[in-house]
Structures are given as C-alpha cells and as structure tokens.
Design a binder for this molecule. Structure first.
Ligand SMILES: [Zn+2]
Length: 330
C-alpha cells in the first residue's frame, strides 16, 4: 500500500459525490447494541500462522515460496471448514511482468444473504525500496507485518468461525494477491496508474460470486506491530464512517483504546479502495499509521526489517478480538 496523493484523493471524492450517495456518520445509527458473546481470540494461534507464512520466505508472485504459501493458506481455510473459492489470474505489473496471481477466498454460510467480508493481502513486496541501505532496494521483503499479520489474524478468526458462527450473517474471508507489487520508488518515469492492489482490482471486476454484495468489509493491513496505532483512515471515513465508529467504539469498550486512536489518519491506497469503488461496498482499513514518521508507516515498512521481531501478541489480540466482537454483534 502507499499513501494517496491528495489530488488523486480529491478527484476520487469529487467523482463519488456525483455518482453515489454518501455514507453518513450519525451517532444515532451507531448506538451500541447489547454485546453478544464472541469467542476468545487466541493471539498465540495468530502469531503461529504469521510465523508459518514468514517461514516460506518472501511471497512474491511467480516464486515457489508464493505458490507454496498459497497452497498452505488454501489448505488452512479448508481445514477450518470454509467453502473455498480460488481465483487464478495473470495480472500485469507496472513493468509489464505477467504475475501468476491467486485470490484465495473462504466463505462461511454462503447461503446467507447478509454478509460481511474480511480481507487482507497475502503477497509480500518484491522490493525493499524504503530500506535505509540503498543496495537492498531491489531485494524482496519478508512482509511479516505488511501482509502476513492480517492473514494470520484472519486465519485465527476462521478457526473460531468453524467452532461457532455468528447468527444471521455469512462471513467471507478474502486473501488478495499482488497488492504490494506497485511501482517502486526507484522507478521515476513510470506513468502507469493503479499499479497497487492488482488482486483486489481483479476481484472487484470479477467477484467470486456473481453480483457479490456484502453489508460492509474490514481490511487488515499491518496489524501486528508492537505498540501499533490505528488511526481513522481517510478513505474509510469517507465511505464507511459508521463502521469505523463501530470498530473504534468496540475497541474502546473492550479496553483496546491505546491501539485504536480516535483521530483521523492519512488516506492510503489499499485494497479497500478498489472494493469500495468496484463493488460499492463500504470498507474500513485497519492499518498501523505513525503520524510522526516520514512515510506514515512503521520504521520497518518496505524494508528488510519487516520481520517477526516487530510482531506483538497484544496488538494481534486487540485487532482480532475487536473484529470478532463486531461481527458477532452484527
Ligand atoms: Zn506494502
């Protein structure tokens, strides 16, 4: 993912003003309902799923590690009782490279009309183009927080969904591919747009179920770092304010207010943008944002330091338990 340039964002916002009804943030609509019992999110379990992905090495499309990890994720969702949908596609990267990509989807209660989609990207970036050492800029990153953390949290949620599903709602877990193959910083003459989030762009045009619709979606991206701070990402606020409030208020009620900050964040080009634009589904991006850093992200972002050392179980628990509570309260 990357930060959105403000002029692009304004153009998107302007367009959307003309083309669709805006999502209103209203305190009346987000009045808390009685809490339902949600299962206990096991951070140890999520941590292990993250470690397992990291052990494959960088999951860059067209590599063996990528293929093996995709097989692993498919097998895990199957083991946790989801109905599996695999989307294979050849996608074109910023530099013309053909990427053998795979979106991996697990559906719970696919017959239910009311649905919530939970998603993350499972590929990792081919370039450490923000590494302090310039000689590393063309080296693939391990993508532990940036990629594996969101998937790890969702695998633990999948495990719990098999044991006890929330009433009245079907949950779809989507692992999007080729999110992080966007134009690298060292390429300055590339004018191609929309080079990030290739898997979700493909899915938005070709959903795994015809006319797929969900009430809303939650994207988890970089949700595992120690002392992570989740600010209210700007595109999420524009299109899904009531669900942002629902998540942030739930986090506060559960005692995770130090992670979920009640303040606006930046706008991020991430998979949620294409789901919102392509399928008109309001989506929230839960993403670690550091207002103090130059990039807006953690010091390890798009460097060779995006490793297991940054991952903290307390953060995984805060995110996983909050998302679970919201979907069981649905
Ligand atoms: Zn990234």
């Amino acid at each position: 993912m990357n930060r959105v340039y403000y002029f692009i964002l304004s153009a998107i916002l302007l367009l959307s003003c003309c083309s669709q009804k805006s999502e209103k943030s209203s305190s009346a609509e987000t009045k808390p309902k009685a809490r339902q019992a949600a299962p206990d999110f096991k951070a140890d379990s999520a941590y292990a799923y993250i470690g397992k992905q990291a052990a494959f090495g960088p999951r860059v499309p067209n590599t063996k590690a990528h293929k093996d990890c995709g097989d692993y994720l498919t097998a895990e969702l199957k083991r946790f009782g989801a109905e599996i949908f695999i989307q294979e596609a050849t996608l074109t990267a910023y530099n013309g490279t053909s990427l053998q990509a795979r979106n991996i989807i697990g559906a719970y209660h696919p017959e239910r009309e009311k649905r919530i989609m939970l998603f993350a990207h499972w590929d990792s970036r081919p370039y450490a183009d923000h590494d302090p050492d310039e000689t590393n800029h063309r080296t693939p990153i391990l993508g532990v927080d940036d990629g594996a953390s969101g998937v790890g949290v969702l695998l633990e949620i999948a495990r719990l969904l098999q044991q006890k599903s929330p009433d009245g709602v079907g949950i779809d877990i989507l692992f999007f591919d080729a999110e992080d193959y966007g134009t690298p910083e060292f390429v300055t003459d590339n004018q191609k747009e929309n080079t990030w989030c290739l898997g979700s762009q493909f899915w938005a045009k070709n959903p795994h179920v015809p006319n797929y619709k969900a009430e809303y979606g939650i994207l988890l991206d970089m949700v595992g770092a120690k002392n992570a701070t989740f600010y209210k990402e700007m595109i999420s606020m524009r299109y899904a304010a009531r669900y942002v409030d629902l998540l942030w208020n739930t986090a506060r009620d559960l005692g995770y207010g130090k992670f979920f900050i009640h303040a606006p964040g930046t706008a991020v080009t991430d998979d949620h943008l294409y789901v919102i634009q392509g399928r008109n589904i309001p989506c929230v991006d839960i993403i670690n944002y550091d207002p103090e850093s130059d990039t807006g992200f953690g010091h390890y972002w798009h460097t060779l330091n995006d490793t297991m050392e940054n991952i903290d179980r307390e953060t995984l628990k805060a995110v996983g338990q909050t998302v679970l509570q919201v979907i069981y309260d649905n």
